[in-house]
Unconditional design. Structure first.
Lengths: 355, 355, 355, 355
């Protein structure tokens, strides 16, 4: 249940509403109280208040409206916000800003890991030339084995900042622990939270409550349901940061031909359930370079707001994930196809309307 | 391992090769000996002959070439046949023939089950008008519970034949047991083998050895790997019928928002592994009408040779699967989008080539 | 909904009840009408009659009681029959009968496939000596590839009958198609329906309606839910054969260390939901000989009524599944442990009662 | 590859070996250097040194032996340490120590969450009386929704310490972020790392490098493979803490009757692959109280070194997971059965040996 307070209410009035809600709901229920679009937004689990208690709340003079979403996730639900969220990316100096969530798909490209200045600069220039709008690159790498390359750390962040400076591309990189949110947010335009951390709740809260409100790209967990994913996004928004981008990257399956199983049907399904933008990562989903161009096309056709593509100028010598990295030339082709399919999609939107 | 014999060889020579192969391989190994494109094609499990035995075989005067596919499936492999198979559909009188496997996607539409003459004729006309090229409709229905509607049986087949007569649409319908292949092949232009029967080997053999060589649409099993699926197709081809169409219809998953999990990445993957055409069934894959148009578009973008779409003029009163049935108006829209995306795909083929 | 008629009712009265039910439910709903324990038992899908219609039915003089099970499966539900079903095995001449479903676990052992008279006789004697009560052996083998050994067919059935004659062990073997039920029932004491055929509905019906009422061991499908499995069992019972034994054999999963994923928790769950006996196949579930003894012990501890164990005197040269076949010596150990754990279970039953 | 140095080597010599290894392997490969059983143990990914480089290393005077495990996980592998690890639990003052990993199964019991002093003390006394040896209780709770009860935090830790003081039971509780390891280690005898954090690598490293070397119970991820799980354990050990206990708690599946799918076959499989102790959590695995006693019995029969059981004196009013919590009376019965089955297991060990 979401209580939106009038935009004229004072802090004291807001606090009164929260206290009233606490009394009505019992004390141990977590309550989120944040500001969205200049209004106070107070949220609590949907099932705790009976009709009478809701009526009591709605009579309070500071309350503008009460929304019952009917779902466990609330602030991220389409029931709460019917129009699409559009997330502005690139608020750090030197970034050429871009928005994710509108009708023009955004392509994020770059290496799995930042390996060296030379490698990163070469790839950054190449993906910029190919038309990508955001640069990806891992500085802190979550690796299955402790004996695999773990990333360059802070040095990697600094190199990403250099690459932004030169190319103007906003950068996205992964953050793996709450206490690193602050330093990563100094360097990165978008914080990535990876699949393995989708339910790392302290990390979600830290990314949600960071004063920068830096956009967060939240990848789907290896075997997470849609509802669990949206609830993870809810953690970030309920902590105060509405700038969340969902990223489908394949889920675990039983076939060994591909690394994961790309669930493209989740894209239109998410458009029904949430107002958050959704992008697709065909690199991790398939794990095979040769499937990436086709599945990029299909992802855009399914309604994705963008793609994130592992790209390397020399995939075969990449320190990680070379098998799934495309070349800048392939990226260029994907950019062209993406634009063509997105054009169809605009037409399709008209057609859907007719139907 | 596949031994192709010269097209001039006699039955006796062919038999000699088989006997030589049996001696070399040991007697209990199944051997398939069929005719494809006017040549004898003899197949045996790839791993049973050593280099010396293969050399001995290749010296036989009747042997044109020996192909080692390197995969457990053989006749269906791309290694054996590099060009795409194109399956001709509609050899029964009254059918307007269509081919599946070429660059123009084919749309199969119709009700889950044949319920009555009125229902079928109304829908058949509507899907014809909307542009579909093949009519689907279940006469024998595999239902999870014995207390659910099981289909009209032979009467359903007769109604399908009537619908073909009136509309010219070739018809596809499911066959569930070997002894029914003959009767279904009298009425249907394409035999459907459903997910639950993907590894019903006697049925695969019966559909493969039927003298009509009627095309078989083989749906992927509920949790079958790509290799198991291709080996099921191999059963049909090795029994003498090369006219197999694969149909992805979603696999089992853990999320309850959709009925199954559509694995679109299997489409480009199959194009790598096999020469058989691949179509997609977004109706069963998603189980939700509102996701069908988007996933149809995505399927074509992923390279599918066609779609099979449950369509009903009154979905809410359908005897089965109404929840996932689209209306003829939605079908018409999907047809338009399909053509647009297929057009992009031709351009894309050029782009892919450039890359 | 199940309508049990009085044991004195005539065929005419029984027919009247069916016709009344058909009128009340509408004509296209399948109705099962069989005899169980000398009473007529008429079943229809639970959700089709309203309260008024049910009341009308219950007033009919031939009706003894009406049971609403609240589940889609009905005759197999614990709600319909609270006491455990005990299935008598071994009605063919020469068999030493055994019952499955009581407190003493039954062990079924033998080779994956019948390969030759010598192989079968040697193994049959060995498993008899080790204490097994039923002999397994495949005559018709469902193999993933058409180029794998497919079994000896009828000859295999004859060898199984010979082995029974010599050892007194009842035999179980797989039947793969409806038209073979009759011939397999001539030779086998128990018909096995394999995982790949769990939803081969014509086969289920054929096994259910065979006049021999030969017991059927129904293996769980590769990715079937518990409800789908029970509905498959319902097909057999609703066709007239109450002698069904369920067999858990592992389901598909993502880890490649084992062939399948053994779901032992389904054993106590099934005991809650159904009165049918449940046995476990650790050979196919794990695919690894060295895990079979431990998982046999665990299966009995979980409440399984028996085990089916692939056993071979020379596993490494078996024509199929040698990797998962145990030796007769291992079988002997498993028999001992099984008895010890079953003894604990009797004590445990007391303990459970106390709790 | 693991290099064990002689127990007389100085820090300087140890450092020489590491530098030599770095030179041979290239600089970016992570190397772990820790002390185990008074010897230096240096580990690096197995595949990076060729035979010549290994020979060079083995000639160094400080090197005692080099072990190639042949698996990606190394220090936790059975190939490196053939005897079972036995983890001592209860090093905080007031604890009655217990060992996990030996032949006597250990039972951990207590509430899902610490809710209040009264609740915890009542349950702690009850599980102590019932025979449990370790007390569980969540202070920091990873909850799917931000609006669910999140635990009492530090206050919960203090209550656990009080409960230990009164009952002598060592306590286990979850830690969710690296920076909390220190404070949790002050209060808890065992650190629990939950399923959602199995691949939270900073947390694994923090738990591994904490100077207390407090035992860590590492739960299997929701859909993690056995190899991924063992590599997660390797992170902890490679950071310096060999006291790791693995806990199977069910993996994600498609059936909705149970919360997760308990993979008991992983227990004997893990005994093959690793020397670490393995315990089982039937509460989370099944999610249903009525299945817990049976699956506890089966887990011990499968060779588990212990159980962790959610227990509540009033399950129906528990703030979380009441549905799967057993009562102290049920716990008492499970303790008795566990002892009986463990007794059989000792006999079984003899029987296995004979076989």
């Amino acid at each position: 249940m979401i209580i939106v307070t009038r935009n004229s209410v004072t802090g004291t009035e807001q606090q009164q509403v929260i206290e009233l809600l606490q009394r009505l709901a019992g004390s141990q229920r977590p309550i989120s109280a944040i500001t969205m679009q200049e209004r106070g937004v107070i949220t609590i689990d949907g099932n705790v208040l009976d009709a009478q208690a809701q009526a009591a709340l709605s009579l309070h003079s500071a309350v503008e409206r009460i929304v019952s979403t009917g779902t466990p996730y609330q602030l991220v639900s389409r029931a709460f916000q019917s129009e699409d969220s559009i997330v502005a990316v690139g608020d750090l100096p030197g970034s050429q800003p871009v928005t994710i969530g509108g009708s023009a798909p955004v392509v994020i490209a770059g290496p799995c890991a930042v390996e060296s200045r030379e490698q990163l600069m070469e790839i950054a220039r190449a993906v910029k030339d190919a038309g990508a709008q955001v640069l990806r690159g891992g500085a802190f790498k979550p690796r299955t084995s402790p004996y695999q390359f773990q990333g360059l750390g802070i040095e990697g962040l600094q190199l990403l900042a250099e690459a932004r400076e030169e190319t103007g591309l906003p950068v996205i990189t992964e953050v793996m622990e709450p206490e690193m949110v602050d330093v990563v947010a100094q360097y990165a335009d978008v914080l990535q939270i990876g699949s393995r951390n989708m339910q790392n709740f302290p990390l979600l809260r830290a990314a949600g409550s960071h004063p920068s409100r830096r956009p967060v790209m939240l990848k789907r967990g290896l075997a997470s349901t849609i509802d669990e994913w949206l609830l993870a996004a809810e953690y970030i928004v309920a902590a105060g940061n509405p700038n969340v981008i969902l990223c489908e990257r394949g889920i675990r399956s039983f076939d060994t031909h591909t690394r994961n199983l790309l669930d493209l049907a989740c894209v239109p399904l998410l458009h029904e359930l949430t107002h958050l933008p959704v992008i697709v990562d065909p690199s991790h989903a398939t794990g095979r370079r040769e499937l990436v161009p086709t599945m990029s096309r299909a992802a855009i056709a399914a309604g994705a707001h963008g793609l994130i593509l592992e790209t390397h100028t020399d995939p075969n010598s990449a320190l990680c994930d070379g098998r799934q990295s495309i070349t800048p030339a392939q990226l260029r082709t994907i950019m062209q196809e993406t634009r063509l399919v997105a054009q169809i999609m605009s037409d399709a939107a008209v057609l859907d309307y007719v139907a």
